[in-house]
Design a protein around this ligand. Sequence first.
Ligand code: ATP
Ligand code: MG
Length: 174
Amino acid sequence: MGTRGLLMVFTGDGKGKTTAALGMVLRAAGHQMRILVLQFIKGAWRPGETVAAEALPTVHWLTLGKGFTWRSTSSDEDRVLASRGWKKALEALTSNRYDLIILDELNVVLSHGLLDVSEVLSGLGQRSPECHVVITGRGAPKELCAMADCVTEMVPVRHHFQEQGIKAQKGIEF
Ligand code: ATP
Ligand code: MG
């Protein structure tokens, strides 16, 4: 029986979307699967996972140039970075070079209108049939959820920053 490539979406306002995707990276890496992690939004620090991934021989990790920030208004530079990132994603999706592709925070890019949703959906539809894709980030567009095989919404019940003002800590947030 051949592999049936799944399209999976992790969205919602609760914590755990990116780390759930990274859990899949770890799981797949244990099977020597070929993995690409493409990060559309770069955080303020170099997170532990990028360092750890260097020890995983089948994982290829790309962080987009300067990355995006959580801004309410989007600049031309954000748009350029988004298109550049999507170009890389599309190449990877159609290349047959990966068994699992993580498009981290692509939902945020889409919900900010930095990429055309229909263009992205059409690219996802063209991917190699055995390639699994995981898309993370708040605010997944409904058209993407409708197309996906698996959609999980992280529901915030309580968050240590909001409740107690506990700031980002190593191993937990980065
Ligand atoms: P993680 O990377 O920990 O899996 P995530 O990908 O689900 O989290 P994002 O939406 O990408 O979360 O947000 C990045 C960071 O913002 C998270 O590490 C998280 O701790 C923090 N965060 C998530 N929810 C809240 C919240 N309600 N209030 C404050 N900070 C939050
Ligand atoms: Mg995230």
